[in-house]
Design a protein around this ligand. Structure first.
Ligand SMILES: Nc1ncnc2c1ncn2[C@@H]1O[C@H](COP(=O)(O)OP(=O)(O)OP(=O)(O)O)[C@@H](O)[C@H]1O
Ligand SMILES: [Mg+2]
Length: 372
């Protein structure tokens, strides 16, 4: 049986709802060769969206390459992951891979491990040093393969924000932008789970990725979609849930996609044929319990003033942190230190800004903080 509610990992098929506008825009960008950044808070559905659009666009004759650079700690790691993905995912046969390595990466020492009859286990090991020249030939690989195949390639890079952590990241960012913007046959789609870091890659004119492409800000999946999605799931398992209860579930987690599905799962577990308000309460309690260890570890190194700042936001204060009233109620020190505390919490990814107002990045953390 298909899992009823799926959370914490990319979703597809019956576990996926809405994203109609975003899918249309992303697929139009792919078709037109427009680079795209996708930005959203954690676990709203970036990876799921990209995978869905790739799956739906395969027939268009384009080649798609999907890679996750979370583990890359250096530009050389990044290039290694990119080369592996590009070589394998654009090849129609294993021989293509050998041939492309020979013709395009002649100056690079490539070790190849191949388990017999298991193409997916093929692993290329790039002997890359810090020298730029071999990296440049890897970065131009998508364009060269596209030319050879007389095709167009879309390269989708998940967890792209990791490049901001590399030593001398700016030099590498300049190199990427310089090479990528001249690749006529290759389109890039860049996204990642750390919103603040992703935005930091292109938010100022001085940044290499400034105006590199279209920026899609994912929105919350709206209530009407959740109503249909959630009530159908419950009824497919012989249970019924009211529209008000669905609305309460969505609002409790501020329409955070992953938490909506997670909370639904607990409510489903605790309920009989007809969901009661008490079942929803129990689901919410379980959601907090499940996340407590995570919140404890994310806040254990915070200073008391940082904790009090979070508490202020959890209690519904979203601006005016430098006013004497807020400062004295939450003991935030001076107005300058209140500004500095807010900045440090934004950098830690614990706060986020929406329409000029400050919120907790994680809505369930708010429920946890407000617990008696
Ligand atoms: N279109 C969708 N329909 C229903 N649920 C969704 C959708 N997109 C995401 N979700 C929910 O959010 C969860 C996380 O999705 P996904 O991994 O795609 O998000 P993400 O933004 O890539 O996360 P991260 O920030 O961790 O990289 C899924 O497991 C699912 O519960
Ligand atoms: Mg993701």
């Amino acid at each position: 049986m298909e899992q009823l509610f799926v959370f914490g990992k990319p979703v597809e098929g019956l576990s996926f709802t809405d994203r109609e506008m975003e899918s249309a825009r992303l697929s139009a960008n792919f078709a037109a060769g427009i680079n795209t950044f996708i930005i959203s808070p954690r676990r709203w559905g970036k990876t799921s969206l990209v995978k869905k659009v790739i799956a739906e666009s395969r027939e268009d004759g384009k080649l798609f390459v999907f890679l996750d650079v979370f583990k890359a700690k250096t530009p050389a790691d990044f290039c290694g992951i990119l080369a592996n993905a590009v070589l394998k995912q654009t090849a129609s046969a294993v021989e293509d891979i050998w041939e492309n390595v020979k013709s395009f990466l002649e100056r690079i020492n490539v070790g190849i491990r191949l388990a017999p009859d298991q193409q997916s286990k093929l692993d290329l090991d790039f002997g890359l040093s810090k020298e730029m020249a071999p990296m440049e030939s890897i970065l131009s690989l998508p364009q060269r393969i596209a030319e050879k195949k007389n095709a167009e390639i879309v390269v989708c890079i998940d967890e792209f924000q990791q490049i901001a952590l590399f030593d001398d990241s700016l030099t590498f960012q300049k190199m990427l932008r310089g090479i990528w913007q001249n690749q006529r046959r290759v389109t890039y789609c860049l996204f990642g789970s750390k919103k603040h870091m992703m935005e930091g890659l292109f938010d100022e004119e001085s940044k290499p990725f400034y105006k590199f492409g279209d920026i899609i800000y994912l929105k919350r999946i709206p209530l009407p979609y959740w109503k249909v999605f959630i009530s159908e799931k419950f009824s497919s398992a012989g249970k019924s849930i009211s529209e008000e209860q669905i609305e309460r579930i969505c609002q409790t987690v501020d329409f955070h996609s992953s938490y909506v599905q997670q909370l639904c799962w607990y409510v489903f577990l605790f309920s009989g044929e007809q969901v009661t308000d008490e079942d929803v309460n129990s689901g919410i309690e379980e959601l907090i319990v499940q996340n407590t260890a995570l919140f404890e570890s994310r806040t254990e190194t915070l200073t008391p003033v940082q904790m009090r700042f979070l508490m202020a936001v959890a209690n519904g204060i979203h601006d005016g942190f430098s006013t004497s009233e807020v400062i004295s109620k939450y003991k935030l020190g001076s107005s300058a230190s209140s500004v500095a505390t807010r900045k440090s919490l934004l950098e830690k990814g614990l706060l986020s800004v929406e329409a000029g107002k400050t919120f907790l990045a994680d809505p369930v953390m708010g429920l946890w903080l407000r617990q008696p």
